[in-house]
Design a protein around this ligand. Structure first.
Ligand code: DON
Length: 339
């Protein structure tokens, strides 16, 4: 190639960058981001809607006033408002990260071919959803699919499997995590329905290991303690192609992140997933411990912890705060400027 060709190419590239820059200029000042968090915190701090989950007795005892917001940008800046230190159990948000682990170990097709990657439109622990399609045409974010995903994690012993699951969560959070033993015991004593779900998934050949062991590991994974900061960093890791923006560690394979986000978008807030996507455009996941994470790909991850839930099992304050903050910051990935 001649030197002239090089310089023409260089000029063309320069012009392209110059003129395309405004289209990519999504930069917001730290002040604007913090102001959006502060506003949502103040606006929803005193609302009284919703109630703690009580079908797991330990969850009913958590302070309903607990409320924390954390937003982490893909360059690793952390913004927060409220209580971001107090831990709650991760509950169903764990399903996202076990799903990610199974995708990394066995490929994205393994989940699609087993329990499926379709929204059920039904409650998260529906047995009817299993019966409809013999344990298929569901997804790894509702209980039958989630317990099945846990059963698919490779390992010879309970401890092998558990250490791999916990290690994955820790890579996403960027710190060591522990199980909240009181929550684990409380759920283990009352999880007859999940045991039935696992038995049925085994009867349909979806779970091929001991279904009771899978249910127990699943119960343990749901009891891992996290605070709003942990969840914010976990969400931001998904926003940053699986690389934790705070620690710089790759927590999952970048190529599998789009599939994780797709299932979160269609099924992350259960039977209210459609309403949520309509409102925000964000892949998200809730847990009955009161946390919700949401991901604006390439921009930020956000998490809110606040235990009172609505009828679908999603935190009331978290939905309101995340929607407001994301909309204020241009987080909706479907919102683009026409060329
Ligand atoms: O299996 C359960 O019922 C709980 N460990 C998790 C459910 C959950 O978080 C659903 N979330 N909205």
């Amino acid at each position: 190639m001649t030197r002239t060709t090089h310089s023409i190419q260089g000029l063309a590239l320069g012009l392209l960058l110059l003129f395309s820059a405004p289209l990519w200029a999504t930069e917001l000042s730290p002040k604007q981001i913090q102001a959006a968090l502060d506003k949502a915190y103040t606006q929803y701090k005193d609302i009284k809607e919703g109630a703690n989950a009580d079908y797991i007795p330990a969850l009913a005892k958590v302070d309903p006033k607990l409320y924390g917001i954390v937003l982490v940008t893909t360059d690793g800046s952390v913004y927060s408002a409220g209580d971001v230190q107090s831990q709650v159990s991760i509950q169903s948000i764990s399903k996202v990260f076990t799903m990610a682990l199974v995708m990394d170990e066995s490929g994205t097709a393994a989940l699609a071919e087993n329990m499926g990657v379709d929204a059920t439109g039904q409650v998260f622990n529906s047995i009817y959803a299993i019966e409809q399609n013999k344990g298929a045409e569901m997804n790894p974010l509702v209980n039958p699919g989630a317990i099945t995903a846990t059963s698919m994690v490779k390992g010879n012993t309970y401890d092998d499997i558990w250490n791999k699951i916990l290690g994955t969560y820790e890579a996403f959070a960027g710190r060591s995590l522990t199980v909240l033993e009181d929550v684990y015991r409380s759920e283990a004593e009352t999880n007859q329905r999940n045991r039935a779900i696992a038995a049925l998934m085994a009867a349909y050949g979806r779970i091929t290991t001991d279904p009771l062991r899978a249910t127990d590991i699943y119960t343990r994974q749901c009891s891992v303690g996290v605070n709003a900061r942990d969840l914010g960093i976990m969400a931001a890791t998904l926003a940053n192609a699986g690389k934790n923006p705070v620690t710089g560690r790759q927590a999952m394979q970048a190529e599998n992140v789009p599939e994780v986000l797709a299932v979160m978008a269609t099924a992350g807030l259960y039977d209210d997933a459609g309403k949520w996507l309509y409102q925000t455009g964000l892949p998200a996941k809730s847990g009955v411990g009161g946390g919700i994470i949401a991901v604006s790909p390439g921009k930020f991850g956000i998490a809110v912890v606040s235990p009172p839930l609505d009828a679908a099992g999603n935190s009331v304050r978290a939905q309101k705060a995340i929607a407001d903050i994301s909309n204020a910051l241009g987080g909706n990935p479907y919102q683009v400027t026409p060329r």
